[in-house]
Design a protein around this ligand. Structure first.
Ligand code: GRF
Length: 216
């Protein structure tokens, strides 16, 4: 089976992008990172992508003003130029319109630093701490027009400690993100994820029969 061509879309440091690049170094991984695209010229992840020998593109949203359709048309053209099969958003800080999203059904995924549907939006770690959540984590999901919604592919959880700060909690969640994103992309690239009734059915995966109880 040929490897799926993946574009990773970033706006910043790109640590999830780096985790996907690392996973795809394995020739047996069903996807290759064919493009890293940023909407910001100075995104740190671009340097790392170039160092890894990956093609990069910058589509600077600011040059399009309020014309989101023109921004997305340029995005789409770059993706087509690189014959992209799957898009992985990794800290890409632009909302995508329904028109764009609908062009990529079940081929557009995102990682969010919370256990969706809890804590959609920004500042998830701060809000989880304020809410007194005992479990927090990260989610990989298919993208739909509504922000941080869409069928859930994979989740990873961490226990929240009583002395956690936003920084310590985000570090542990980020480590989980770097594990679940390559896993979720693999499942999608292998065609093992079916969406039915807004939920993902995943072929042939083991689900641990374990509960996390906090406090013990
Ligand atoms: C991650 O926490 C991701 O879940 C969120 O944005 C952050 C991006 O971090 N969508 P990085 O650029 O991948 O390091």
């Amino acid at each position: 089976m040929s490897r799926k061509r993946v574009a990773v879309l970033i706006s910043g440091r790109g640590s999830n992008m780096a985790a996907l690049i690392e996973a795809a170094k394995d020739k047996a991984y069903p996807a290759e990172i064919a493009l890293v695209l940023s909407n910001k010229l100075d995104a740190g992840g671009l340097t790392a992508a170039r160092a890894a020998g990956i093609a990069t593109e910058v589509v600077d949203h600011k040059t399009f003003g309020k014309d989101r359709a023109a921004f997305e048309a340029t995005l789409q053209a770059a993706l087509e130029k690189h014959s992209i099969d799957i898009i992985a958003l990794a800290g890409f800080m632009r909302l995508l319109s329904a028109d764009f999203v609908n062009r990529w059904p079940e081929r557009l995924i995102n990682i969010h630093p919370a256990l969706l549907p809890a804590f959609k939006g920004l500042d998830t770690h701060k809000r989880a701490l304020e809410a007194g959540a005992k479990v927090h984590g990260a989610t990989v999901h298919f993208v739909v027009a509504e922000m941080d919604a869409g069928p859930i592919i994979a989740q990873g959880a961490v226990a929240v400690r009583h002395d956690d700060t936003e920084q310590t909690l985000s570090q542990r969640v980020l480590a989980v993100e770097h594990r679940i994103y390559p896993l979720a992309l693999r499942l999608v690239a292998e065609g093992r994820v079916q969406v039915a009734g807004g939920r993902c059915l995943i072929d042939g995966v083991a689900v641990p029969d374990a509960a996390t109880l906090i406090p013990l």
